[in-house]
Design a protein around this ligand. Structure first.
Ligand code: GDP
Ligand code: MN
Length: 342
């Protein structure tokens, strides 16, 4: 109610000079950052880091999205940190953010007050809106329409190694649809109904004209001995993805089905298990890429390349002993076995 039409429609695009004659072919790609005005300082730190470690050589665009209007200070400071390319600032339309009409507010209220005490972010309404946005709407924003690829980053994340090649060109020339770094297990109490809802979806739609692929990735998420969710998911605060994964009819059908189940609100479904389930039914092994060479930190977990050659060549400054990717709390080993066909 406190959002004015002007806020809802904010769209502000800054074009920085690029000497096109010297520029090699860039992919249609953008960094994608959802954040609040109050994230400004953390974002500046992260952008400086991303520019130094990667983007100073490639000049990819940035897209900032917010459920409120970005302040002039935010736009001014951010754009002063990004020397080249296009910088998009946009607000999210209310219908992509606010609680949808079909949610029973009494049931939601009851869940918020009674069931959620021990659940991470269980009492937060805005966290739920954010997870729903990243499940069904980020790829529908008008500002991302010109792009084929996105790299999702968040305020406060860190890159710990130089990335000396164009990751988007890599995605393109290797026909990759989804690139990831960290993986882990979901908290079961955030998704009590998700797996049975998913089973219902599969029964209803699985043989629809092969929209849902060969099932060669179901092993990512399904326990071998029983038809249950192993809770593994890609940690979606890092994603290098092809928007077409999400703009497909197959994904829209799955998202709409999940959305009407109401679990984003009555439970506390994260976008990470939603993306992971969708990937498991709609992609092939060869569509996925693990960016094992990227040193990446999002509180409290770190991926630090194991290979000494990689570590030295890319000037990594993380502690390899603190790597999370090959610990028991990570799904990366399992995922790589599935992807590499072991
Ligand atoms: P966590 O990583 O699961 O702990 O969740 P975060 O708090 O980091 O949120 C994920 C991303 O969404 C971050 O980029 C946040 O800046 C952003 N975010 C979360 N909630 C909101 C919100 O209410 N408004 C806006 N504009 N951004 C949000
Ligand atoms: Mn985060």
């Amino acid at each position: 109610d406190n959002i004015s039409p002007e806020q809802i429609n904010q769209k502000f695009i800054i074009h920085k000079y690029i000497n096109e004659t010297n520029l090699y072919h860039r992919e249609k790609a953008t960094f994608l950052i959802l954040c609040r005005n109050s994230d400004l300082i953390d974002i500046l730190e992260t952008i400086q880091n991303v520019e130094d470690r990667f983007n100073k050589n490639f000049h990819y665009d940035y897209t900032f999205l917010n459920d409120e209007k970005f302040t002039n200070e935010f736009i001014y400071l951010i754009s002063s940190f990004i020397p080249f390319g296009t910088i998009n600032f946009g607000s999210i339309p209310a219908e992509h953010w606010e609680i949808p009409q079909f949610i029973d507010l009494d049931r939601f209220d009851l869940a918020l007050n009674q069931d959620m005490r021990d659940i991470v972010y269980g009492d937060s309404i805005s966290y739920r809106k954010m997870c729903r946005f990243f499940s069904g709407f980020f790829y529908k924003h008008e500002l991302v329409k010109p792009y084929q690829y996105y790299w999702r980053i968040e305020p406060g994340i860190k890159l710990y190694c130089d990335i000396n090649y164009d990751v988007f060109e890599f995605m393109h020339s290797n026909h990759k649809k989804y690139g990831f770094t960290l993986t882990m297990f979901e908290y079961e109490n955030t998704i009590p109904s998700l797996w049975s809802d998913f089973q219902q979806f599969i029964t209803m739609y699985d043989d629809d004209e092969n929209q849902y692929n060969s099932n060669e990735l179901m092993k990512l998420i399904q326990n071998q001995s029983s038809n249950t969710y192993n809770l593994c998911h890609f940690w979606t605060n890092f994603e290098i993805g092809d928007f077409s994964l999400f703009t497909s009819d197959a994904y829209e059908k799955l998202f709409t089905f999940f959305d009407y189940k109401g679990g984003f609100f009555y439970e506390r479904w994260g976008d990470a298990p939603i993306h992971s389930l969708a990937i498991a039914i709609s992609l092939k092994k060869s569509d996925l890429h693990w960016f094992g060479d990227i040193g990446y930190y999002h509180k409290p977990y770190l991926q630090c390349p194991k290979s000494s050659l990689m570590f030295i060549n890319n000037k990594c400054s993380c502690n390899q002993d603190d790597d999370f990717s090959f610990t028991d709390l990570s799904c990366t080993n399992h995922f790589l076995n599935v992807i590499n066909g072991l």
